[in-house]
Write a protein that binds this ligand. Structure first.
Ligand SMILES: Nc1ncnc2c1ncn2[C@@H]1O[C@H](COP(=O)(O)OP(=O)(O)O)[C@@H](O)[C@H]1O
Ligand SMILES: [Mg+2]
Length: 290
């Protein structure tokens, strides 16, 4: 399943980057794409640097996030995983001291371009946080609020359909369909997290960023979220921060290992976990630090 990353012709893997090529760079080479199910790069980060005030937290990151795949971001606490994730939908704009340099593109478009509508970007690139944060509103309103606010869906019937569709896609519908008017905050932690995923889905994103989405949940709720992520990747591009290496191995096709604000290694998950190139990666995945 990860063969596109490992069976790439030698010319394309001989450089420092192990990122599977998109085929955009050399259209004169027919053999490079023939017959292979090459993945598109959905989000491309190039030389991303980030400072909090005078303190640099990200140092020249490069990463390709592949379309309709799950990419895990792993690494010790404080190494910049969340900071990087927040760059992808410009959540860092909300932190006054932050400065970002470098380029991040979504479908080839620079998301830091001054013309970008940040509200639209954040619909397109949704985010799910560690601690489920449903609005203090009904289950129904948690889903319907943003689409109604943005005026994208107005009629009651269309909203009903959207709520049902989003909850179904988040694997929550059958648990809550008979109590849509009860508070979202009254659900269990795992249900709340799926409600937050449904809320993100309702505004029709292409990319979903998840920052340790299961780390506050019990093992059963965690398993449900992992199954859901596996289903969602058929439609969405997902980047997930996790400190749980088994979780990364279970859900992610690709994994990036972060260390002290750098990406030490990026590869398909199987290779990264079984045959890491870098000593630091090996030390981390074998539990020597972290
Ligand atoms: N809002 C913030 N203001 C100042 N420093 C921050 C802020 N958020 C994170 N940092 C710092 O940036 C570095 C990376 O943090 P973070 O991205 O949260 O790492 P991780 O998610 O890998 O644990 C850490 O040194 C952290 O203290
Ligand atoms: Mg974090």
């Amino acid at each position: 399943m990860y063969s596109e990353a490992t069976t790439e012709s030698p010319e394309t893997t001989s450089t420092e980057s192990v990122t599977p090529m998109t085929g955009q760079t050399d259209t004169s080479e027919p053999a490079s794409t023939a017959g292979t199910a090459e993945k598109n790069v959905k989000v491309k980060a190039e030389d991303v640097n980030l400072w909090y005030g005078n303190t640099q937290a990200l140092h020249g990151l490069n990463l390709d996030i592949h379309e309709r795949e799950v990419t895990a971001l792993i690494g010790p606490s404080g190494c910049g995983k969340s900071s990087f994730l927040r760059c992808i939908n410009r959540m860092n704009d909300l932190i006054p001291s932050v400065r970002v340099r470098g380029q991040i593109t979504l479908d080839g478009e620079d998301i830091y371009d001054p013309d970008v509508d940040v509200v639209q970007l954040r619909s397109n690139v949704g985010m799910v946080f560690q601690k489920p944060n449903p609005f203090p509103k009904s289950i129904y309103e948690n889903i319907a609020y943003a689409p109604r606010l943005h005026g994208t869906v107005n009629s009651r019937r269309d909203l009903d359909d959207l709520v049902e569709h989003s909850l179904k896609r988040a694997g929550l519908w059958h648990e809550v369909s008979d109590r849509l008017q009860t508070p979202g905050t009254a659900l269990s932690g795992g249900q709340q997290q799926r409600l937050c995923i449904a809320r993100a889905i309702a505004v029709n994103p292409e990319v979903i960023l998840m920052d340790e989405p299961a780390s506050s949940l019990d093992p059963l709720a965690t398993a449900t979220i992992e199954e859901l992520i596996d289903e969602l990747k058929d439609r969405y591009t997902i980047a997930i921060v996790t400190h749980n290496l088994q979780q990364a191995a279970r859900v992610a096709g690709y994994t990036a290992f972060f260390h002290m604000g750098e990406i030490v290694e990026f590869n398909d998950t199987d290779t990264l976990f079984t045959n890491p190139r870098e000593q630091k990666t090996e030390d981390y995945i074998t539990g020597r630090y972290g």
